[in-house]
Design a protein around this ligand. Sequence first.
Ligand code: ADP
Length: 347
Amino acid sequence: QAVVTLKDVDVEFHGKTRSVHAVDHVNLTVNRGDIYGIVGYSGAGKSTLVRTINLLQRPTSGSVNVLGQDMLALSAAQLRKERKRIGMIFQHFNLMNSRTIADNVAFPLKGIKSKQEIKKKVAELLDLVGLTDRANSYPAQLSGGQKQRVGIARALASDPEILISDEATSALDPKTTSSILDLLKSLNERLGLTIVLITHQMEAVKQICNRVAVMDAGAIIERGDLLQVFSNPKQQLTKDFIDTTLQLDQAIESVLQQPAVKNLGPNDRLLRLTYVGVSADQPLVAKLFESYQVTANILFGDIQILQDTPFGNLIVVLSGDQAQVDAGIQYLKQQDVKIEDILKKEA
Ligand code: ADP
């Protein structure tokens, strides 16, 4: 049973100097109970496409049917109501930092339910995401993974039937990513929640999706059941995405076997850097390399770039004395990269 049907959806942005054809005549059907992965490079049009589902983005042309409603025919009041059936979670969590966790989760229910009902619902939701004991904490006191659990609880407050996840794990380390994906999968199984998962991480798709669509330049260039697409990818881009997932696992494995890495000193850090949230106009890897060449000698002492991929994943070793390594980390934190420790030797 289809819960989302996009027909010939087109989105164009007209700027002063240029126009962008962000979504190019896309058809998409998501069935009830699907975990549908939408993958593609940054700038491929994934967010824009998926935002047409709840009309956060109005299509230039085409039709959007969600849960049996023609979304483009709804009045503003009807649309507000309909949007409650579509939850959303984001890369940067979008929590209110001055409110407690319980207040953040309660927010969508304010003015709709009684105080008593809200209290009960919030307790249920926090239990569902495993954060009962953090109800009175503030976002700043939580880890990234916990913040995303709050984001999920809040998104589920209005009992949506569909959950849109827009790069919700892109700012998290691999282990936390995996546990958030497991949570989404269990919500899918326990609540029958349909999930549309935007990601540039094929690993995420592999972990929980049953269907996948690959986007490039605003179009879906390949789609199908997960196993079908993984076992028999037709497009080069799809192959690249799948290969890179494997290559990256292998690269990390092989890096860990290198003598230089085996002999890391107590201060040394082996990091995986991933570029996230950059627009397609910026050549990802080139920009990173450029920053290294400018600064590597100054800051890093000894830096090795061991592997790069089309996705902007780089594995680097930072070594030197504690101050040099700290300065290197500081520098990287100011860049548009996500930093994950692959290996940190205990001193
Ligand atoms: P993805 O989610 O795959 O990274 P997006 O949907 O965010 O891609 O962007 C697709 C294209 O549309 C990009 O070229 C982006 O710069 C452009 N774009 C997205 N949102 C806007 C906007 N509000 N105004 C102008 N251009 C936009």
